[in-house]
Design a protein around this ligand. Structure first.
Ligand SMILES: [Zn+2]
Length: 455
């Protein structure tokens, strides 16, 4: 049986739900594609619309233009607050109002910019990512109304899909407006439309270029092949030396972690195989849970390799080559540390004494939730109350770069990553959609969570 507060909130959200869906439909129609110009008028209109929706639920919201690190004008951001009690905790609500482009509308079954309900889902670009996040915040604040017992700050970003170029200067300019005890980032999603999740971790990433040189100039493979290995073969030996016989990465100094907060449910191998089009004979590399291999253990990918194309190749020993490694790092390891370890390993494992040197490229920090924080427990309780089933938390193998940045700038804040998506949402792809029953439960979850955070 539902407890009476959950019942009360659910009734209010039900009564408000057509307004919430209407906000989402209007948002979809705005076509707020940041790739068409972060500073453009259509992005400003999108920001103005979101600010107006927030004012309707009691947030003192306004539009502000950020500036890029080089001082040029940046994105149209929405910031706002609803301060109820100077002694109460403060919660920052994050979402973004920009959406991914639609390169090929004919790949859609519906008009991407007309919100269209089919069955239990609402289709449209930005219906889930991240119009859904805006709808959740709006619905939760409306449901609580004057009963809100935490202070709210709101940041709805206008350039997330472009990698947030002016995010850091904007936050640094508005530190006081963002300062908070808990940050709710509603830009990820649930295990499924029926099973809620917190996103527990993100991997970091770092890149290096590795140069391998054996000769000063190319030579004939018939005349010198044998004692002299070509640079591509030496590079292949170097790459394979990173792995043990099980296919686990075995580079000293590169950290490996288990899923943050413990693994509640492993990823399903058949689903991963189907999603990725894995050929039948291929066996997955590495050991341990599939989830740990996808979310929290390090992985290396060769993303570039300078070699002669097959077409037009001839009998020559290639004297030198360069390849680029992209390393996904465990959530808590500093990427610089993993990068140093990888670079050192490459140089130390130069096959047959070939010259190996490394260029160190970009680093991005990962992120891990604090599984023992009060706010984490509150969020999991709220999810279970709203959805009627216990949450199954999950990690992300990729990165959401602004989350570690937020955590770095506000180290004391508890960051909770929630969101409107589920595996059928197709964010960034044709036929993006949001589950409406899950949206309703997400709104109820956030309202209940804000209740709990007041304690
Ligand atoms: Zn997003």
């Amino acid at each position: 049986m539902e407890d009476s507060r959950t019942e009360e909130i659910r009734a209010r959200v039900e009564a408000d739900f057509s307004r919430i869906v209407d906000v989402l439909n209007k948002k979809i129609a705005l076509q707020s594609i940041s790739a068409k110009g972060i500073t453009a008028d259509h992005m400003r209109r999108s920001a103005e619309f979101v600010a107006e929706q927030l004012r309707e639920v009691g947030v003192d919201a306004k539009v502000a233009q950020s500036r890029n690190p080089d001082g040029t004008p940046g994105a149209w951001e929405v910031i706002g607050s609803k301060i109820v009690d100077d002694n109460a905790p403060t919660v920052l609500l994050y979402a973004h109002h920009d959406v991914q482009p639609v390169p090929d509308p004919s790949a859609w079954n519906t008009d991407p910019f007309v919100g269209t309900e089919i069955g239990t889902r609402l289709y449209g670009r930005g219906s889930a990512d991240d119009g859904g996040g805006i709808a959740i915040h709006s619905g939760a604040l409306k449901a609580l109304g004057d009963e809100l017992k935490v202070n709210i700050k709101v940041f709805i970003e206008g350039e997330e899909e472009m990698g947030s170029p002016s995010f850091i200067p904007f936050i640094e300019d508005h530190r006081d407006e963002f300062d908070s005890d808990v940050i709710i980032v509603a830009d990820s999603g649930n295990w499924s439309a029926e099973i809620p999740s917190l996103t527990t971790s993100l991997r970091g990433n770092t890149d290096i270029d590795v140069h391998v040189k054996a000769l000063e100039h190319p030579v004939h493979s018939g005349q010198y092949g044998g004692p002299i290995l070509d640079a591509n073969t030496l590079a292949a030996m170097l790459i394979s030396s990173m792995y043990d016989k099980n296919g686990d990465l075995a580079v000293p100094g590169i950290a490996s972690e288990e899923p943050v907060g413990g693994l509640q449910r492993d990823m399903d191998e058949a689903t991963v195989r189907a999603d990725t089009g894995t050929v039948e004979s291929y066996r997955f590399a590495g050991t341990g849970s599939l989830a740990s291999r996808l979310w929290t253990k390090p992985s290396v990918t060769v993303i570039g390799f300078d070699a002669h194309p097959v077409k037009g190749s001839f009998n020559v020993i290639s004297p030198e080559t360069t390849f680029r490694l992209s390393l996904r790092t465990a959530p808590n390891q500093r990427p610089e540390e993993a990068q140093d370890a990888l670079a050192k390993f490459m140089v130390e494992h130069a096959p047959f004494g070939a010259e190996v040197w490394v260029d160190k490229l970009d680093n991005g920090m990962g992120w891990a939730m604090d599984p023992n924080a009060e706010a984490t427990k509150d969020a999991m309780d709220a999810m279970e109350e709203a959805f009627g089933v216990a949450p199954v938390n999950k990690g992300e193998g990729g990165s959401i770069p602004f989350i570690p940045e937020l955590q770095r700038i506000f180290p004391k804040a508890q960051v909770l990553v929630t969101g409107p998506e589920d595996p059928k949402a197709n964010a960034h792809s044709p036929n993006e959609s949001i589950s409406l029953p899950a949206l309703k439960n997400n709104v109820i979850t956030e309202a209940l969570l804000l209740d709990k955070l007041a304690r």
